[in-house]
Design a protein around this ligand. Structure first.
Ligand SMILES: Nc1ncnc2c1ncn2[C@@H]1O[C@H](COP(=O)(O)OP(=O)(O)OP(=O)(O)O)[C@@H](O)[C@H]1O
Length: 577
């Protein structure tokens, strides 16, 4: 119910449509309800007495009520679609906005596949329930109540049949509505599984192919798809029993009406028109109940979807904006004070008491074995997540005090895996700085050694990248990711193993370009090779999340065993090559 209340707030801009649609439906229902009574009068008064002008008058009434009903029906459909579709569009937008604020922690908690299902199929399910509520939910109960009252007033002789049939129908519909909610929640969970697998496999299709795991992946997908198919079939089959079952009960009612009616007509206590009107109203009662239960079933289906949507909207984001956030320019002095970090509460610290400090404009190199915590350390700077304990200061101010936009605007970050978006190269680079001039772009392309391949492309910077930039090589992608960071002219530049995909000459060129063009920028280079960082003002040696050595290349070579070991191993490899 909390979900209904929260999602209800999205209706505020569409209040008018939400009110007018059911009102127009009331018009349609009223017209539907008076039709059998007009017909009854036409038969019993007009046709039975051979009164042709009366028959004509009733005929005109019937046409007029039918036209009015049509206007009501069309109007209701028009406004209910407008309300429901706009409502869903706003919910999707809000969800997407919220997802954009998620850190890796929240994304991992939901999984990407589930987030996609929520944004698409769950929103669609709520939209359908809302539209049906506006269109049918008013119609169903009104038709039912109206028809029962009219039968009570005009065909009381047959009312006893309703007293038997209606409770049976209501119990059956209650049972099916309740059960369908449980069934469709399971269907939705199975869709999550299919989407998660699909998303993962499509993203990693090259690896799947390289390792010839297509068959295995198809089999794994098949298992998930089977589960979805089975759950869907069960849900649809069980819910599908409702219609024939209720038809059967109503048909019994019609037989009873004909039988009881025939006896009463023979006894002269009932007119034939009343029996026909009763059968009509019985069909209307069935319609009313059926449509109400269809809506209830859709609502029961949409409720779990609504809860899933609200879960995403209400998820507390670990990285929060400070209340009085600083917007002052950042120069790039960085201090880590006893910083520790663990990914999950139950896991071990992957960074332990990291303490170091670097002045603005200096270069820091970070080296260490795989899994020693290098990437985790640099990801703390743009606040992709916050330390579990300890604090990070930038220009003497706790990192958390800066407005997130200000902080991230001053950081040029390139991750281990270059991430580019589909669209023109220029659009990708401009993500670094929207208002960059063509000259800025060219400088950044040159610095990142990217101009040498971009210039050769027929359309240059207008060259379109495919999804995931699969039409570029790994090195080319990495160079564009570097360009994007350079174009920002950041105060802090983070290169997380970025130059590993570059050849030695290009790596040297990039290092030189950083020295020449970004003297005021604090540069943090994560590297696996000592040659990539030996010029740094400060080198941190990481082992199992701890700093086991810090100093310049010369200092570490003289006094730090772990660094000496790395150096020796790389020298050996160098000699062998
Ligand atoms: N999202 C995550 N969830 C849980 N654990 C993680 C996550 N990312 C990294 N880790 C763990 O944290 C530790 C440090 O990982 P990190 O990526 O920082 O190492 P690294 O030194 O950069 O390694 P590499 O040189 O291979 O890139 C590893 O043990 C890793 O398994």
């Amino acid at each position: 119910m909390q979900a209904v209340k929260q999602l209800g707030q999205f209706l505020a801009p569409y209040k008018f449509f939400t009110l007018i649609a059911p009102l127009l439906m009331v018009l349609e229902v009223t017209m539907d309800l008076i039709q059998p009574t007009i017909m009854q009068h036409m038969i019993d008064t007009g046709i039975a007495n051979g009164d042709n002008p009366y028959v004509l008058k009733m005929f005109i009434w019937m046409i007029m009520s039918a036209v009015l009903g049509l206007v009501g029906g069309i109007g209701c459909s028009y406004y209910s679609s407008k309300a429901a579709i706009n409502f869903a569009s706003d919910v999707r937008e809000k969800l997407y906005e919220k997802m954009m604020t998620y850190s890796a922690k929240e994304r991992d908690a939901f999984t990407t596949g589930k987030l996609i299902t929520i944004l698409t199929s769950d929103v669609e399910s709520v939209q359908r329930a809302f539209m049906m509520t506006l269109r049918i939910f008013v119609r169903g109960p009104l038709l039912f109540i109206g028809a029962v009252i009219i039968v009570f007033v005009t065909a009381r002789e047959l009312f006893s049949i309703l007293l038997v049939i209606v409770p049976i129908l209501i119990v059956a519909m209650y049972f099916f509505t309740k059960y369908s909610g449980v069934l469709y929640r399971k269907v939705q969970e199975a869709i999550d599984g299919v989407n998660t697998k699909l998303q993962e496999n499509l993203a990693g299709i090259r690896v799947v192919k390289a390792f010839r795991r297509e068959q295995q992946q198809v089999e794994q997908f098949g298992v998930l798809n089977d589960t979805l198919t089975k759950r869907f079939i069960t849900a649809e089959q069980i819910v599908g029993v409702l219609v024939p079952l209720t038809m059967f009960v109503v048909n019994l009612g019609i037989v009873a009406a004909l039988w009881l009616g025939a006896i009463k007509v023979e006894a002269g206590t009932l007119q034939v028109g009343v029996i026909l009107a009763f059968i009509n109203y019985l069909t209307i009662i069935l319609n009313g109940l059926m449509s109400s239960s269809m809506v209830l079933m859709q609502i029961a289906r949409a409720l779990p979807s609504g809860e899933r949507i609200v879960d995403v909207l209400n998820k507390e984001v670990a990285v929060k904006e400070a209340e009085l956030a600083l917007n002052t320019p950042i120069h790039g002095e960085i201090t880590f004070e006893n910083v520790s970090y663990r990914y999950y509460e139950t896991a071990e610290d992957v960074l332990k008491n990291i303490t170091f400090s670097v002045k603005a404009g200096q270069t820091v190199g970070i080296i260490g074995k795989t899994g020693s915590g290098k990437s985790t350390l640099v990801k703390l700077l743009p606040r992709l997540f916050d330390p579990t304990s300890g604090q990070i200061l930038v220009d003497g101010q706790p990192l958390k005090n800066y407005a997130l936009t200000t902080l991230r605007e001053h950081i040029g970050f390139t991750s281990q895996k270059a991430m580019l978006f589909s669209g023109a190269i220029e659009k990708n680079i401009r993500l670094g700085k929207e208002q960059a001039t063509p000259h800025d772009l060219q400088l950044a392309l040159n610095a990142a050694c990217a101009s040498e391949f971009v210039d050769k492309l027929e359309k240059g910077m207008a060259h379109e990248l495919s999804q995931g930039a699969t039409n570029l090589s790994g090195g080319q992608k990495q160079r564009l990711a570097l360009t994007r960071a350079f174009v920002r002219q950041p105060s802090i530049l983070v290169l997380d193993d970025t130059t590993s995909a570059l050849d030695i000459a290009s790596e040297k060129h990039v290092q030189q370009a950083i020295n020449d063009n970004y003297q005021d920028t604090t540069t943090i280079i994560v590297a696996s090779k000592i040659t990539s960082i030996q010029q740094a003002d400060l080198i941190l040696v990481l082992e199992d999340g701890e700093i086991v050595g810090q100093g310049t290349h010369q200092q570490l070579l003289q006094e730090n065993e772990p660094y000496q070991a790395i150096y020796a191993s790389q020298q050996k490899v160098g000699e062998q090559q």
